[in-house]
Design a protein around this ligand. Structure first.
Ligand SMILES: *Cc1c(COP(=O)(O)O)cnc(C)c1O
Ligand code: SF4
Length: 441
C-alpha cells in the first residue's frame, strides 16, 4: 500500500465499507467526532476492522467515535445543536475542558531553562527526557481513548511541542548529565518524514552526547500504518537512520503501542517488525488495559505471545488515564490486576517482561502488585516503577482494598495511616512546580 488515505469527519462516508454502518453509528460519528478527535486510514479500515461484526469490533471501537464515549448529557447537548455552528463551538470547547485534557499534571514536568520554558520537553524521571518534536504532533489514526488528545484538537494552550531553539534542548540535556534516555513522543514521531526525524535524532548521536545511551521512539505506526517501515517513499531512509543510531553505539528501542492481537496479524506488520529488527533495534510493546478492547486475560495472553513470536519485548500494561472518554474505557483497578495476573499465568517466562498494571500519576508510575490481606485488612499491594524521587522506587506499600476505584487518587492508605509514605514530599515537589509556573507565565 503506497498511500495513506486518511478519513476524518469530512470524508468518512467515503470509506467503502461504510455501508455496514447503522443510522445510529453514523449519528454517533458526527456527534462524538465533534468533541473527540477522529481520524483513521485505509489500512485500518481495509485490514484490521471486521465490518460484519461491528458491534463488538475492538479496532472499530479504537478508531471510531461511538455513542457511549460521550456522557449522555454531553451527547444530547451536542446532538441538539448540530447545524448551529456558533453555539456548537462554544459547547464543544466547554465539554473538552470538562474532559480533563491534561491528566496527571503533565505541565509540572515541563522545565524552565535559562529563563525559558521548554514547551516540547518533559522531565519527570531522572534518567529519561521526553521530547515532543513539533512536526510529529499528529498520529496516523487516533485512538478514541487517547490521553494526548489535546495535541490534536483545538486546545492550543495545552499542547506540548518544541517551539524554542533545539540547541537549547541539547544544552538542557547536557546540563543534566544523569539523563541517559531520550524518548521521542507525541503524537507520533513516526508521522514525521525521514529528514525531520533525522534532524531531531542526529544531535543526540553527536560528540558531547556520550551520556545518551538509549534512544526511544514511541509510536503507533506499527499498528496503524506499518508501511511507514516498508513501502512508504522514505521507508528505507527511516531504516538507514535506525542503522546509523545503532552504528553510533547507542541502543534504539521502538516503543510500539499495540492494543489488540489483531494489530499483530497482518503480513504488513510482520514485515515491518522484521525490517526494524534487522537494523539491530529492539521493539518494546505497551498498551493500556481497556474495556471494550482488551479487558480479557485471553486477549492479553494472545497479544503477549504474538509479540514475542514476532521478536518484540512486552514492556508495560497501563491503566487508562482519567481523560477524554475514560468512563467508556475504564476498568476498576482490582479488575485490571486480575486481568494482568491471569494473563501472566497463561504465558511463559519469556513473555513476563510485561510490567503492570501501572498508573502514571503525579508521583510516578505506580504498579498494582496484587491484592492480599494483612492484620485483618484487605489490601492493594503497590509499588513505584518510576518515581519523581528515585528513592521511592521498588518499595512495596499498601492501600485499603477498594473494589470500584479506577485511579490512585481514589485509594486510601491502609492500616489507618493518614497519608502514603511519599505524599509529604510530593506536596513539596508540586508546590515548587506551581511556584515556578506562576513565575513563568
Ligand atoms: C513512562 C514515562 C517515562 C519512561 O519510563 P521508563 O520506566 O523508563 O520506561 C518517562 N517519562 C515519563 C513522564 C513517563 O510517563
Ligand atoms: S497512538 Fe498514542 S498519541 Fe496517537 S492517538 Fe493513539 S494514544 Fe493518542
Amino acid at each position: 500500500m503506497k498511500k495513506i488515505l486518511s478519513y476524518t469527519l469530512q470524508n468518512w462516508d467515503k470509506i467503502p465499507q461504510s455501508a455496514f454502518l447503522s443510522n445510529e453509528d453514523r449519528e454517533a460519528i458526527e456527534v462524538v467526532g465533534r468533541v473527540l478527535p477522529f481520524k483513521t486510514n485505509n489500512y485500518v479500515t481495509d485490514q484490521l476492522i471486521q465490518w460484519d461484526q461491528l458491534k463488538d469490533d475492538p479496532i472499530f471501537t479504537l478508531n471510531f467515535p461511538r455513542r457511549g464515549m460521550l456522557l449522555p448529557h454531553h451527547y444530547d447537548k451536542v446532538a441538539a445543536l448540530m447545524g448551529d455552528e456558533q453555539k456548537l463551538n462554544v459547547v464543544i470547547e466547554d465539554i473538552r475542558r470538562e474532559l480533563n485534557p491534561n491528566p496527571s499534571g503533565q505541565e509540572h514536568n515541563v522545565p524552565e531553562f535559562k529563563g525559558k520554558r521548554l514547551h516540547g520537553l518533559q522531565h519527570k524521571y531522572r534518567e529519561t527526557v521526553l521530547l515532543f518534536p513539533r512536526p510529529g504532533q499528529t498520529c496516523h489514526a487516533y485512538c478514541t481513548f487517547c490521553f494526548r488528545w489535546p495535541q490534536f484538537s483545538g486546545l492550543p494552550d495545552m499542547k506540548f511541542s518544541i517551539k524554542e531553539d533545539y540547541e537549547l534542548y541539547i544544552e538542557y540535556i547536557k546540563d543534566h548529565p544523569r539523563v541517559t534516555d531520550i524518548l521521542f513522543t507525541g503524537g507520533d514521531p513516526m508521522t514525521m518524514n525521514a529528514t525531520l526525524l533525522r534532524a531531531h535524532i542526529e544531535p543526540m548521536l553527536s560528540r558531547g552526547m556520550e551520556q545518551i545511551q538509549n534512544i526511544r521512539i514511541g509510536t503507533k505506526a506499527l499498528a496503524y500504518w506499518p508501511y511507514r517501515f516498508t513501502t512508504d517513499e522514505d521507508a528505507d531512509n527511516v531504516l538507514r537512520l535506525f542503522d546509523d543510531i545503532i552504528q553510533s553505539g547507542k541502543h534504539l528501542s521502538i516503543m510500539a503501542h499495540f492494543n489488540h492481537p489483531v494489530e499483530l496479524s497482518t503480513p504488513a506488520v510482520k514485515e515491518a517488525i522484521t525490517r526494524i529488527r534487522n537494523t539491530g533495534a529492539q521493539i518494546r510493546t505497551q498498551s493500556p488495559v481497556l474495556r471494550h478492547i482488551n479487558d480479557d486475560p485471553n486477549v492479553w495472553a494472545e497479544m503477549l505471545k504474538r509479540e514475542v513470536e514476532l521478536g518484540c519485548i512486552p514492556y508495560y500494561m497501563f491503566v487508562a488515564r482519567d481523560t477524554g472518554a475514560k468512563h467508556y474505557f475504564e476498568i476498576p483497578l482490582a479488575q485490571c490486576q486480575a486481568i494482568f495476573r491471569e494473563a501472566y499465568q497463561k504465558v511463559s517466562g519469556i513473555c513476563r517482561t510485561v510490567r503492570g498494571p501501572s498508573m502514571s500519576d503525579h508521583a510516578g508510575k505506580i504498579q498494582i502488585l496484587g491484592v492480599n490481606e494483612a492484620a485483618g485488612e484487605k489490601l492493594f499491594v503497590l509499588r513505584f516503577i518510576q518515581g519523581r524521587n528515585p528513592d521511592w522506587v521498588a518499595k512495596p506499600f499498601f492501600a485499603k482494598f477498594n473494589p470500584t476505584a479506577t485511579w490512585f487518587d481514589q485509594l486510601e492508605p491502609a492500616f489507618g495511616e493518614k497519608e502514603f509514605f511519599f505524599e509529604h514530599e510530593l506536596g513539596d515537589y508540586l508546590r515548587d512546580a506551581l511556584e515556578r509556573d506562576r513565575g513563568a507565565y
